[in-house]
Ligand binder design. Structure first.
Ligand code: TYM
Length: 338
């Protein structure tokens, strides 16, 4: 679709309100959004439709949806510029998702590693929603003519599929129906690992002692970091064969913005213990203000609702235009006068 050249490019991203957010969500996603927000027209969502691809407690889902929004605000996202909204408040997402499902193949969806991982955990009864999850994500992105999608490493494959669908539909209808989005995956922080199991991604699993939740107290965070599994040897180096050290150094680099080489050099002739203590302090000091501000905002439901309503109203105008265009191209009839 034709774009006004004076407009900023479009950036969109989202987080599932499943469980509390982690340091991985913050460093892999939100922190980059804050940095990029002035150069783009931004859309940031709490993706509740995605969350229900696995069973959710309704009360907790509602609580966590607000908490996702509060965390965005506490991290420094400016609601006057960005559109902050809940995915299900803009019904065009579900409508376009169905169309995207019809423009993707079983083969493509079966290859998604996130589906394979999650399906393994669900055992015999795999919800169909998990399978078509990426087509909903494609709809989220393509509805807004998005140019850039800042995400962690684990979402790269979904982005590739989104691009495929956009190109496929543009070719099919011989028009620039959708902008073809680029992923933004930061060099450092795009895959924070579990502190106890540093070859696995830091996930949201409640039981994991290796996950740092943004809701945790200073003491809990500090203990978890100090108990992080590190590797054999005594030199502090940044390499794949030392995933525990690599993770702690990456966390430091992502939090401070300092280059890895400088951080590694500062630990020459120092012990693992010192790295852990200093990383713990950095993480505690980064999460504390975020947690306190999130808690303060959580008490102001009226303000959160106001921001969400405004975000959804503004987002819907754009989403509706894209959806109508798609429907028209598909040949969906519109009775005269409607
Ligand atoms: P979700 O909710 O699993 O994760 C939200 C964001 O956090 C990133 N992330 C991590 N980054 C670094 N290290 C980690 N350990 C880590 N864990 C999570 C994720 O890569 C993601 O950027 N499908 C998406 C949500 C979504 C979305 C979208 C994203 C729905 N629609 C449209 C972008 C655009 C998801 O499940 O993210």
């Amino acid at each position: 679709m034709a774009k006004d050249p004076t407009q900023k490019p479009v950036l969109l991203s989202g987080i599932q309100p499943t469980n509390n957010l982690t340091l991985g969500n913050y460093l892999g996603a939100i922190k980059n959004w804050v940095k990029l927000q002035n150069d783009y027209q931004c859309y940031f969502m709490a993706v509740d439709l995605h969350a229900i691809t696995t069973p959710q407690d309704p009360k907790l889902l509602a609580e966590r949806t607000y908490r996702v929004l509060a965390t965005y605000l506490a991290s420094g996202i400016d609601p006057k510029q960005a559109m902050l909204f809940v995915q299900s408040h803009v019904p065009e997402h579900s409508e376009l998702a169905w169309i995207m499902t019809c423009f993707s193949t079983m083969g493509e969806l079966s290859r998604m590693t996130q589906f394979k991982d999650k399906a393994d955990k669900e055992g015999k009864h795999i919800p169909s929603g998990l399978f078509v999850y990426p087509t909903l994500m494609a709809a989220d992105i393509l509805l807004y003519q998005t140019n850039l999608v800042p995400v962690g490493q684990d979402q790269k494959q979904h982005l590739e599929l989104t691009r495929e669908i956009a190109i496929r539909m543009n070719n099919r209808f011989q028009t620039e129906l959708f902008a073809v989005p680029e992923p933004f995956i930061a060099k450092i922080g795009a895959k924070i690992m579990d502190l106890q199991n540093p070859t696995n991604k830091m996930g949201k699993s409640e039981t994991s002692k290796g996950t740092l939740f943004l809701t945790e107290s200073d003491d809990e965070i500090s203990k978890k970091v100090k108990r992080a599994v590190t590797d054999s040897g005594s030199d502090i180096t940044y390499e794949d064969s030392k995933p525990g050290l690599k993770n702690l150094l990456s966390i430091q680099a992502a939090l401070t913005g300092n280059p890895i080489e400088g951080i590694v050099a500062s630990y020459r002739d120092k012990q693992y213990g010192q790295l852990k203590v200093e990383t713990a302090d950095l993480v505690v000091n980064a999460i504390r203000p975020l947690r306190e501000e999130t808690e303060r905002l959580m008490k102001d439901r009226g303000e959160l609702d106001r921001i969400l309503k405004l975000g959804a109203t503004r987002a819907r105008e754009v989403a509706h235009t894209t959806l109508e265009k798609v429907q028209e191209l598909l040949g969906f009839v519109r009775p005269m006068g409607s």
